[in-house]
Design a protein around this ligand. Structure first.
Ligand code: BDP
Length: 675
């Protein structure tokens, strides 16, 4: 008997796992029953810490009042928690069960990262009310732009209960409270009874962790599923169809979160097919959802092949609709005006719609960032966007503040990240890609956190708390995003990717008859004079969508930040920049710097070898080698191609190319994805 108990104890509490990455940043979990309540989960998580005494509960719990003054407890917002050490008792109080769970995860994180819990006194609430992952998962089990295996939700018929529980735990540990289970390019079938039943069963597993489920919908569902002859949002039969569908969903899932909608974008149907607006479409769905407290997240990722600069189109379509959306509609806006490029200026829609809830959408999956081969820590990219000052209500009107309710007091605040999760054992493909999931969650919880702090936390939880490991690793991670910008698309260049898979370089990309805005030459506009997209008043005038003083700053070739120069200007090859160098020289040096930075990342990784298990060490090392190979490939491809226009040699300090342009042009990777 004793042996059995000991064995049980060991299997429950001792980390018997290999370091295969499946643990993520979490401490090993005790067994948690499927029907456990949120507070039971919180208690079980807290049990890993040797505490003399602890009290956890919500404001209705009388025991808390012995420790915490009434006014402090009664002012706790729904998702707010308070953690305090009172004598030898750790107190975690929350405005709701899930707030308590968030408080507990905060303490567990600190404990696991080796912090002293002695003088706890903190109170936290999230920056955004809805903190969501968007899975681009198809019902056939594939994942659009997914690089970590098949879909955890839709691959096969099985309900992967233990996996969903682990997923929910990981999300709750950083405060993510919602998940869209299917691709924005949605199949109408997700709303049939078979799939809704699966959604119900998934929701049941996620619920105790404070997570709600949402679905992407196909705008023509009433026709395809319901047999109607139209999907016109002003048609009464269409409205009724959606109302009945929504009622059916809430019957199964009483806390269903709502719909995510991609409409009239990249060829998918939408209200404009019937001469209606985005607001008409969104409001029709919002009316169906509002009796149940559901929301509509309506995406602003719209552009069509026209004469108008793609970067301007979403703003032009959406700003005139400001104030016309129902209060439970949130317009979901990608961080930049084009499409998740290594660097873009912030999307000018942020701050431009004061009477509409607007939410940022980030991409955690590395569609344009080397898939799961390249190590790119994305917190600096997210942070750069959130901290960008839009100036729409004077200085300090950051993207974070115009979206999180601080400046405009929206009823709903939300933020979304396109998930990088799949069935791979380590969830995300690259061991460091987990850090991007973690970082998204942490920034959704607190939009003023610094990337450096997030890196520090994640390293301690994932690898080691030894400073000899934390410091170099943090340096490596903090270097990585700038490195990828440098070796792929420095100085504001964008969309130089190979058609289809978006992995390697194809700056020469041009296919007769193809949509121009899906081809690199549309974006870089290289010619014998120079390179870059003129978006000033003499060009597309996209600068006009930014408030002053940004408009003037971006318009001025000599003051425009060098990081965005070619985004806003067509700059002559011999133009002398403020750095004293000619554009051509500067561009070459940036590409070289990117390559050098990857070499530096490799050295930093090697320096932490003694602190890392051999399994993950080897995986990362192998991928860093691929990254270096790819960095050189990017440098050679872009510089050799641009050289055909600039007609100048590489400046001193730039390594000669090792590939020939004609050779590079022949590379065709077998990766099937559209545009
Ligand atoms: C692009 C992707 C495409 C997505 C689209 C979107 O290439 O796969 O469907 O964005 O966000 O980045 O709708």
């Amino acid at each position: 008997m004793r042996v059995v108990l000991l064995f049980l104890f060991l299997t429950l509490f001792v980390p018997l796992y290999a370091e295969d990455g499946s643990r993520l940043w979490l401490s090993p979990a005790g067994e948690i029953a499927l029907n456990a309540s949120t507070l039971e989960i919180a208690r079980s998580e807290l049990a890993i810490i040797p505490l003399e005494n602890s009290v956890i509960g919500t404001v209705g719990d009388e025991r808390l009042y012995q420790y915490i003054p009434t006014n402090e407890l009664q002012t706790l917002a729904e998702e707010e928690f308070l953690v305090r050490m009172v004598g030898t008792t750790l107190v975690v109080a929350g405005g709701s069960d899930r707030a308590v769970l968030y408080g507990v995860y905060r303490v567990v994180r600190d404990y696991a990262a080796g912090k002293m819990l002695g003088r706890y006194n903190l109170r936290e609430k999230p920056s955004y009310a809805l903190r969501l992952l968007n899975h681009w998962d198809n019902l056939d089990g594939s994942v659009e732009r997914g690089y970590a295996g098949r879909s955890i939700w839709w691959e096969g018929d099985t309900l992967r209960t233990a996996l969903y529980q682990a997923y929910a735990r990981a999300n709750a540990s950083v405060g993510i409270n919602g998940v869209v289970l299917n691709n924005v390019n949605a199949s109408p079938q997700v709303l049939d009874s078979l799939h809704l039943d699966k959604v119900r069963r998934i929701a049941d597993v996620l619920r105790p962790y404070g997570m709600r489920v949402y679905l992407s919908i196909h705008f023509s569902s009433p026709m395809i599923l319901g047999g109607l002859s139209t999907a016109d949002p002003l048609d009464s039969c269409v409205c009724r169809w959606w109302k009945e569908k929504v009622a059916e969903i809430y019957q199964l899932i009483p806390d269903f979160g709502g719909f995510l909608v991609k409409a009239n974008s990249e060829g998918v149907p939408g209200p404009q097919d019937y001469g209606r607006t985005h607001a008409d479409g969104a409001n029709m769905l919002a009316d169906a959802l509002s009796p149940y407290g559901g929301v509509v997240m309506w995406r602003a990722f719209v552009y069509s092949p026209s004469e108008v600069d793609r970067a301007k189109q979403a703003y032009a379509e959406f700003v005139p609709l400001d104030g016309m959306f129902r209060r439970n509609v949130i317009v979901q806006v990608k961080n930049g005006p084009i499409d998740f490029q290594p660097r873009e200026p912030f999307n000018p829609l942020f701050g431009a719609m004061r009477h509409t809830a607007v939410m940022p959408e980030f991409q955690i999956t590395q569609e344009y960032l080397g898939f799961s081969n390249h190590l790119v820590f994305l917190a600096p990219l997210f942070e750069e966007c959130l901290r960008s000052d839009t100036y729409v209500a004077g200085s300090g009107s950051t993207v974070a503040r115009v979206t999180d309710g601080t400046l405009f007091g929206q009823d709903y605040t939300a933020i979304a990240g396109v998930a990088n999760v799949g069935l791979d054992t380590n969830w995300c493909g690259h061991p460091f890609a987990q850090a991007n999931w973690y970082a998204f969650g942490r920034l959704a919880w607190c939009d003023t956190l610094s990337s450096a702090q997030i890196a520090d936390e994640w390293i301690r939880l994932t690898f080691s708390s030894d400073d000899r490991c934390v410091k170099p690793l943090s340096q490596l991670m903090m270097l990585s995003r700038e490195a990828v910008v440098h070796y792929m698309m420095p100085m504001g260049l964008h969309h130089l990717f190979a058609f289809g898979h978006h992995y390697g370089p194809e700056p020469w990309g041009y296919i007769e008859g193809m949509r121009p805005d899906w081809m690199p030459v549309y974006y870089h506009r290289a010619d014998s004079v120079g390179v870059g997209f003129d978006r000033t008043a003499s060009g597309s005038n996209a600068v006009s969508q930014y408030a002053e003083p940004l408009r003037s700053l971006y318009s001025d070739i000599n003051r425009c930040p060098i990081t965005l120069l070619l985004w806003f200007h067509h700059v002559p090859w011999r133009y002398r920049l403020v750095t004293g160098r000619m554009l051509w020289e500067e561009l070459c040096l940036f590409y070289q710097q990117g390559v050098d930075e990857v070499r530096e990342m490799i050295e930093l990784w090697q320096s932490v070898a003694p602190y890392i298990d051999s399994e993950r060490f080897g995986q990362v090392e192998e991928r860093l080698r691929i990254q270096l190979h790819d960095a050189v490939w990017w440098k050679d491809a872009c510089l050799l191609y641009f050289q055909t226009f600039s007609q100048m040699p590489f400046p001193e300090g730039v390594e000669p190319s090792i590939y020939a342009l004609e050779e590079l042009k022949k590379i065709k990777l077998d990766m099937k994805q559209h545009n």
